[in-house]
Design a protein around this ligand. Sequence first.
Ligand code: 13P
Length: 342
Amino acid sequence: MSTVELDRTVYALIADGKGILAADETPGTLTKRFEARAIASTPESRRAYREMLFATPDIGRFISGVIMQDETIHQKSASGEPLAYLLENQGVIPGIKVDTGVTSLAGLPGETITEGLDDLRERLVNYRSMGARFAKWRAVIRIDETIPTPACIKVNAHALARYAALCQEQGVVPIVEPEVLMEGHHNIERCEAVTGSVLHAVFNALVEQRVSLEGMLLKPNMVIPGKQSREQAVVERVASATLRCLRRHVPAAVPGIVFLSGGQDHIAATLHLNAINRLDRPKPWKLSFSFGRALQDEALRAWQGTNQNLQEAQTAFAHRAGCLSAATAGKYTGTMERQNAA
Ligand code: 13P
């Protein structure tokens, strides 16, 4: 498969002022988010929710790509076109989550490995024929007193590299997502140390398995204290720790880094991305977003399960996407937050 095509997709995904919408919650996860708002979860309500997001007028100004889930890529809009075509008509690149979720690692209590390699080549061929041009695989690393173990980091890095190599073979851009979870009592220093070790192992595995670093994107967590930590950190500290960690461990050949939001609220995630981009240090890669919750929470709250609220929901989604777009250039301000909201 030609690298020209991979390059074209990578650079379109990290175009100036744009980021990625992660709308790839499994039906089970989306059901939990719906239930928290008393919204019934059915294939049809999930389809309508995704269509609401994807059909937001002019969303292609701020969103370069959308990560879908297997159920969604098979669904159609109300007018009968596949949702992947709806995205393409908006100038947005369709993407697909291809891991099949996590399972516990035998012999390593509290740790997980992400699965989905067995028939991945065939699934990539199929998803590509349905329009997907990029993919995502999420490895999950949990911090506690005695974890992560080197073994957990190693097997997850190995699986991410196997996935990435298969994607590139099939002309699909891999988003490599090693997520160090925010849950826990750890402080920011521990998050930085663990994130650094994980990134080191991931890039070792990627290079060893001959993944083209130019033809991929990295989707990491920001370096942040654990949610239950008593030592919270100011925005500037998160920004400088995150950039320092990435500069130490992510080769300059990687064109872009698109953060996950990981459970931060939408304002915190926007402030952090903005502050990272404002730092006056060399940054060899584009730094943008691939958010799920922080991009969708306001829209889901406004939608409430009914298209009677379609316009309010789409306005909320476009507002957050616009604020995040500004944050990719370090130009987000509190005034913008209030003005756009009004
Ligand atoms: P969050 O931004 O909600 O963490 O979701 C991003 C994602 O794709 C997690 O895999």
